[in-house]
Design a binder for this molecule. Sequence first.
Ligand code: GTP
Ligand code: SPV
Ligand code: MN
Length: 596
Amino acid sequence: MTSSIGTDNPMTTNTRMLNWIGDVAKIAKPTSIVWITGDPGQLEDLRNEACGTGELERLNEELLPGCVLHRSNPNDVARVEDRTFICSHKKENAGPTNNWMDPAEMYAKLNGILEGGMTGRTMYVIPFSMSVVGSPFAKYGIELTDSIYVVLSMAIMTRIGKPVIDAIGDSDDFTRGVHSKVKLDPQDRYIAHFPEDNTIISLNSGYGGNVLLGKKCLALRLASFLGKQEGWLAEHMLILGIENPQGEVRYVAAAFPSACGKTNLAMLIPPAHYIKEGWKIYCVGDDIAWLRIGEDGRLWAVNPEFGFFGVAPGTNAKTNPNALETTKKNTIFTNVVKNLDDNTVWWEGLTDIPPTNALNWKGEPWTAASGEKGAHPNSRFTAPAENCPCVSPEFNSTKGVPISAIIFGGRRAKTAPLVYQSRDWNHGVFVGSIMASETTAAKEGAVGVVRRDPMAMLPFCGYHMGDYWGHWIEMGKKIKHQPKIFNVNWFRTNEQGKFIWPGFGDNLRVLEWILKRSHDGIDAVDTPIGMMPNPKDIDISHLDDVNDDVIRDLLNVDVDLWKQEMENVKDFYAGFGDRLPKELMEELNATENRLK
Ligand code: GTP
Ligand code: SPV
Ligand code: MN
């Protein structure tokens, strides 16, 4: 293999691209510029270079071939929502749920921070595509970065290199992404989006969600804005294919907030008796869905990503064997425990017995006896989707998969029942808009605080949330064969604070009801909050801890709690002023009337 590191020959003659790269280089002052071709030899050379500097550490080549460990700065371990900005020209277009700064002011500020920021470093030019190159869904971008970790992660998470440059050609239609670690100074950390300029600038961070610019920054924040202009939806959703014993494959898309179970649901293993009957699961995506109306009037979805950036803690051979298998090769682990005995990795929940000769996520000697967690709660794996044993044959499809049902859900200890169905599309938009969930370690800040997270898009909507809801309502009018809309909650707890529902693979039991509602017209109970299963219609066979009483409990709707919930929603909605679609106010009033 020949090394191509050090090649600073531009891969393109696209003058607008070259001028922009030149402008950034003038400010950041990198020592050299390297174009990422996507050639495996180049990536291997970069891996070696990063292992030489300690940015990455090689793991056991027999047990974890091609895998490396990375530690981010301890001040930089999750998305930073209070440092994330939507810089639209008009403040009101960013809306009440986003931080905003005037674009000119933000550019000036960031150029100041970036000044000389790459001195002594190489600036890598990564051409990347979100979704299959050449597909009608595809959006192209160039990420400039001074981090090899980012280059190697982008090579897993997106389609990169020469084909993307060829697809862009001489066009100006590509996202301009600038990332620099600068000094990793949290005071000067900014994740800034300029939707009207198709531009992202991320400074002073090295953590995935802040720096892999194809993911949340492009595929959700900028793409949601584009989707509004172009008539499609960019959503924080997994996509899952479910084959029933009759051999019919149906697809659902589900939006849960960060660290609330998307990756796990997207690759679940059915309960044993379901497997025996012939049920199968196919993973199309675990985090992001782009949804378009097809010529047949159905809603079609693609996953614009190429890999999984998944939560490590809690992943094990029982909860998510497919994810575990996916991470067995060519994977980057971030902020997990290093087992020094066999040069492998560990995290809380992987096995019952923690390693005894180990380093924690900060690289310090550690044992479980310390009482401290070894892996960071937001430690992650970055793994190629093609490694996943249940990856869908449609994964690389350019037209996507037709969606039967949209599922919203969150972490709610009380209030939300195991599952309910919206009465129609607009009621479904209402159900999505009032989603609430306990916060998790995926973002900086307190964990376990219930907050509204509409459609799981609170941190990811690139424009005014009220307009976004309006866009959902408009989309509903255009979709001839609308998916049915549901809400689920795997996280109800009992008096002891333990989860009542077994979750994980057993969630298929709930998906089965959802599909029966979507396709087979099975009966449901009409309640004030929506349509709910007859308890007998949820299969609870072979479950030790769930009997008829428990399922009734899980499906119980506490009217007083829901009345309070609606009061709270009223306050929440008040923050959106006249951009709140009137349809949602009507749904709120109708729900209140049903609760009387
Ligand atoms: P992001 O990558 O941050 O968007 O997260 P995600 O939505 O993909 O969440 P993920 O599937 O990684 O799950 C996060 C945490 O929730 C892990 O610790 C899981 O073990 C746990 N979890 C996932 N599904 C279930 C479930 O059905 N029941 C319970 N009790 N826990 C679950
Ligand atoms: C999330 O927080 O929803 C993630 C991880 O999927 S990150 O890429 O950091 O946003
Ligand atoms: Mn996510």
